[in-house]
Design a protein around this ligand. Structure first.
Ligand SMILES: *[C@@H]1O[C@H](CO)[C@@H](O)[C@H](O)[C@H]1NC(C)=O
Ligand SMILES: *[C@@H]1O[C@H](CO)[C@@H](O)[C@H](O)[C@H]1NC(C)=O
Length: 410
């Protein structure tokens, strides 16, 4: 009797822990998997569209968050205003409910602090003009699926309207994004605002003492002073000799995603590289990575970048929602009185030396002999690629880090 009880207790305990392990590594649903993959296509088309624009230097976008904002438009839209979103997400056949739950599932998975050891704070808000009435159903569903809150804003006093948007963004990122916009062009529509703070934790840390000041060459004649961190270790590495660039892939904590750097051999405008950048090419490069000893030097980064994506999304096919005469966003307000006037997408991204402890047993062994050099002291493209879902959490380019101009060389 006594023995039997003990056995069943042990069995109970082991099945309980198996259940926790399974939930910690949940399998994505089919529609979330499809949307993850499609959001990676969106990453490249949106990046390419933005890179064409003159006058912007650094770019940071989170394609999975952009996909979510598109989902919000689909939730508020009717007829072709809504169906255009599905076309952009290549999800015409996905049912509405699955679109919203799938996008929510994807974002919850990739931003989970516990299973990924990442700091990724995402806040979303929909602003409408003071005349608008938000429908209860929409308020509830948009909160549930997209963690989006709502606010009316009176642009008759533009300065205080701008202040309140910027204050909200600062507050929701613990001060990391002090200002997301200096101006709003069109003040009569609905505005989606994403405010994010992202800080990855490396799978292998940099020693905090291995940091010094170096020059970062923005262009041949212009160098700024930045903090660079250095480390030698094993990493995914590939040298593409034909295209004259080096690719480095560094896993983030828990190895569920990695940060991929695309660095041309020498300082040059990034256009040449950007022309090559497609999902297919990235997959080819990823397939060529080999575990290699690399002596890497990366700038410590703290960037705040804000984009209005409205125009870019319309160029990718979201033509109705942004058009005052055609937009039907009546699921938001019960009337055909709204159009999408801006999509502010703002991120503060920081990376430094923090990460998991290094496996010291490798030092002094042959493995680290003759490391490849990866010295990121000039403009590069970076991506945070997710292994588990195949989505792209961030894509961007670092062209102009913060830092004092250094003395011109003769
Ligand atoms: C990541 O893990 C480290 C070490 O366990 C911990 O100190 C840190 O707070 C974690 N960060 C996040 C964002 O979970
Ligand atoms: C949007 O409107 C359509 C048609 O009136 C309705 O069937 C649908 O349930 C609405 N969606 C939401 C999220 O309220």
């Amino acid at each position: 009797m006594w023995m039997i009880k003990l056995v069943s207790l042990v069995l109970l305990a082991s099945s309980a822990s198996a259940a926790t392990a399974a939930s910690a590594d949940k399998v994505l649903s089919n529609h979330a998997t499809l949307l993850a993959d499609n959001s990676a296509n969106l990453a490249f088309s949106l990046y390419q569209n933005m890179a064409k624009e003159k006058g912007i230097d650094n770019i940071i976008i989170s394609p999975v968050v952009v996909a979510s904002s598109l989902g919000l438009v689909a939730l508020g839209g009717k007829a072709s205003t809504a169906s255009q979103v599905k076309t952009i997400l290549n999800a015409a056949k996905v049912k509405d409910e699955q679109l919203h739950s799938g996008l929510a599932e994807l974002l919850t998975e990739v931003s989970d602090q516990k299973t990924r050891n990442v700091t990724w704070k995402i806040s979303n808000r929909l602003y409408g003009p003071s005349s608008v009435n938000f429908v209860d159903d929409f308020v509830k569903s948009s909160k549930k699926h997209y963690n989006c809150d709502h606010s009316k804003i009176n642009f008759r006093d533009k300065k205080s309207a701008l202040n309140s948007i910027n204050e909200w963004a600062a507050k929701s990122t613990d001060g990391k994004l002090p200002e997301i916009t200096k101006d709003v062009e069109k003040t009569d529509g609905a505005m989606i605002v994403n405010a994010m703070f992202f800080k990855p934790h490396w799978d292998e840390q940099f020693h905090h003492q291995m940091v010094d000041n170096r020059g970062f060459m923005v262009s041949r004649g212009f160098t700024v002073s930045v903090e660079m961190m250095h480390r030698t270790g094993m990493c995914g590495f590939y040298e593409d000799k034909t295209n004259k660039l080096n690719i480095l892939s560094m896993p983030l904590a828990h190895k569920k995603s990695s940060m991929v750097f695309l660095l041309p051999y020498h300082v040059e405008p990034l256009e040449r590289l950007e022309k090559l950048l497609t999902k297919k090419q990235l997959n080819t490069w990823m397939g060529q990575l080999k575990e290699t000893a690399v002596a890497m030097s990366l700038p410590k980064v703290s960037l705040e970048v804000s984009h209005d994506l409205q125009k870019h999304l319309s160029e990718l096919g979201l033509t109705e929602a942004v058009d005052k005469a055609k937009a039907d966003l009546s699921n938001i307000s019960g009337k055909k009185d709204l159009y999408l006037s801006s999509v502010f997408h703002a991120s503060a991204v920081e990376w430094g030396t923090d990460g998991n402890a290094i496996d010291n047993s490798i030092f002094g062994t042959d493995k680290l002999k003759n490391p490849k050099l990866f010295y990121a002291d000039h403009p590069f493209i970076f991506l945070v690629k997710d292994q588990k879902t195949n989505s792209i959490l961030f894509i961007g380019r670092m062209v102009r880090p913060k830092g004092e101009k250094m003395r011109d060389e003769l």
